[in-house]
Design a protein around this ligand. Structure first.
Ligand SMILES: [Zn+2]
Length: 129
């Protein structure tokens, strides 16, 4: 069985596709929007017509967000808490708000990156329902 050829003429490389998706742009052309709203992806790119309606990222983006917030947030919290002596109410306010902000910033970018990865590998993940 011959190896699957992923890189095709006219298609961007994986890094380019991910970079475009992280900026909320179409992984194919980089001009059209990838997300129509905070988390809802477009059916197709308005600029190049690339179809995204069949790509289902499912629960991967929330899991990546949890992983990213935990991996980034926990060392920061531990490092700051060792250095700073502040009143108890302050970290109980700051850390949850910081974690929420980081999660809200990460979630759409994680979804866009997953969509770009699925698009790039041409594995839409459609399962029989
Ligand atoms: Zn496009």
């Amino acid at each position: 069985m011959p190896p699957v050829k992923i890189i095709e003429a006219g298609r961007p490389g994986f890094g380019t596709a991910i970079g475009r998706a992280l900026r909320g742009r179409c992984p194919n052309c980089g001009r059209g929007q990838l997300l129509a709203s905070y988390l809802r992806q477009v059916d197709h790119c308005a600029a190049c017509g690339e179809r995204y309606a069949d790509i289902h990222s499912d629960d991967i983006a929330p899991w990546l967000t949890i992983l990213a917030v935990g991996l980034v947030g926990t060392p920061v919290v531990v490092a700051v808490e060792r250095q700073v002596d502040w009143p108890a109410w302050l970290p109980m306010t700051v850390w949850p708000l910081a974690a929420l902000a980081l999660a809200l910033l990460t979630l759409p970018r994680a979804k866009a990156a997953i969509i770009a990865t699925i698009w790039f590998t041409r594995s839409p993940g459609s399962e029989p329902s």
